[in-house]
Ligand binder design. Structure first.
Ligand SMILES: *Cc1c(COP(=O)(O)O)cnc(C)c1O
Length: 462
């Protein structure tokens, strides 16, 4: 018998490995464990055949490889990460982070049975979104509100309910595409409406809308250009002008404001974002926006308007298909509740508190982190950087910020790779061959983990 055959014969049985103490102790589903054992043994077999090894590792060593493989595979697909990109509303990282109160609402109120559609006082069926509607009325002055899956669904539902079979007038400067294939012209035709484009890319006047109106016009739609900016000679009809005009012709004016800030974000240097209360005050009949952009809550689409319009929209069959679940309602309620106190909102809603951080505070945090990294045997330095709002909101806005840059003989790409492989992946971005971790978007409770991760990565070179 050749040495190869002898080695192959020595490979332990799967069942035998499953009884190994390390494997028995490992808290992973049995079927996942068996799969890992099979894969490790297959690798071993291949290595013997390729004459890459001349000795079988002992069973404990094999078991360790099995446990490592199974543990790596058992990571959930959706995992918490540390966001060092400086992009506050990061579309690939789940957009807005939730406030503590919102996260608690999931664990404490809705994980089990809950009062989603139940009125405890009356002991009868209740309304799914009545609680959030009340907060939205107080915060924006709307008469009525409705919540759906996301803002794309909100626009789809509004147009289907209000304008199906007729024309919808939109300015050529507002025929936007939002990330993920949401194109205004496509949505309009999907809703059974005909698009009436008016004006030009950079200039649209109220007279353009007047010229386009006819007996088939069912709505005027204004869309916020969330993810691009037209600069130079531009003109567009304001929502007040449109609403005066719409009222004179008895045509509803719908505004998709995109991000849906509930507080005046001009205080953070953001001048381009309409906020919900203002849009209504200026006369929009129906307003829609996202729940997880500048609002800082959960993915959903919020529709505000007069009682009659909201009633019509709610009665449309599509509403049933687009309505939100209990987790969304609970998180939105907890988020809106904080907004009743604007100072609490700035403190507790991560999107707002990140926007509000001053350069001094950011510098101090970056310096503190670097010192801790150095004291623990790692290496990093403070770098100045720019944060952005992200999420297709506020194009062109750059906020001065500070980052920590791990220092090592490894390339920035390597450091980036290592940090992403940590148990809690740390995501940064590379600028001029340096990996930067912007402190604006990193939560203070993650500092200890981050310091240790950077130390592990920068220490290895020594
Ligand atoms: C982001 C955005 C949408 C889509 O909102 P989702 O909540 O992502 O579905 C629609 N319209 C505008 C103007 C937007 O900015």
């Amino acid at each position: 018998m050749t040495n190869k055959d002898e080695l192959l014969r020595q490979i332990p049985q799967v069942e035998k490995m499953m009884q190994n103490e390390q494997i028995v102790k490992c808290d992973i589903y049995r079927h996942e464990m068996i799969e890992a054992v099979r894969d490790v043994l297959t690798d071993l077999r291949e290595n013997i055949k390729a004459e890459e090894i001349d000795k079988i590792p002992d069973n404990d060593e094999i078991a360790q490889s099995v446990v490592d493989l199974a543990t790596k595979r058992s990571h959930k697909n959706i995992r918490r990460v540390i966001n060092g990109t400086g992009v506050i509303i990061h579309s690939n990282l789940g957009r807005a982070s939730l406030s503590k109160a919102a996260a608690e609402a999931v664990v404490e109120e809705v994980a089990s049975y809950c009062t989603l559609e139940y009125d405890v006082e009356k002991g009868k069926r209740g309304d799914r979104t009545a609680c959030v509607e009340k907060y939205l009325k107080d915060l924006t002055g709307c008469e009525a509100a409705l919540i759906v899956n996301n803002n794309a669904a909100a626009v789809l539902l509004i147009l289907s309910a209000i304008a199906s079979g007729g024309n919808v007038i939109v300015s050529r400067g507002e025929l936007v595409e939002i990330g993920g294939g949401f194109r205004v012209p496509d949505i309009i035709s999907l809703c059974g409406c005909s698009l009436r484009e008016v004006g030009t890319t950079n200039k649209t006047r109220i007279s353009d809308y007047e010229a386009a109106i006819d007996e088939d016009t069912k709505a005027i739609l204004k869309v916020h250009s969330s993810n691009y900016k037209i600069v130079g000679f531009t003109q567009s009809a304001t929502i007040s002008e449109l609403s005066t005009f719409g009222k004179s012709k008895n045509i509803p004016v719908i505004e998709d404001i995109g991000s849906g800030a509930l507080v005046d974000v001009r205080r953070y240097g953001i001048n381009s974002e309409p906020f919900a209360a203002e849009s209504l005050k200026n006369g929009a009949d129906i307003v829609s926006f996202s729940g997880d952009k500048l609002l800082g809550g959960i993915q959903c689409g919020i529709i505000l308007g007069d009682k009659n319009s909201i009633h019509v929209i709610k009665k449309h069959p599509l509403y049933r298909a687009l309505r939100v679940d209990k987790v969304t309602v609970a998180i939105l309620e907890a988020t809106l509740r904080v907004y009743a106190d604007p100072q609490a909102a700035q403190r507790e809603i991560p999107v707002l508190s990140m926007l509000a951080l001053s350069e001094d505070v950011l510098f101090a945090r970056a310096e503190k982190l670097c010192n801790e990294i150095r004291q623990s045997g790692g290496a990093a330095e403070v770098e100045s950087t720019k944060s952005v709002a992200g999420g297709g909101a506020v194009p062109g806005l750059e906020l001065n910020s500070y980052a920590i840059a791990p220092v090592s003989s490894k390339s920035a790409k390597k450091i980036d790779h290592h940090l992403r492989q940590q148990h809690i992946p740390v995501i940064g971005h590379i600028v001029n061959d340096k990996l930067l971790l912007d402190v604006r978007t990193i939560f203070e409770e993650d500092y200890e983990y981050l310091v240790n991760a950077v130390v592990r990565v920068t220490e290895e070179t020594k």
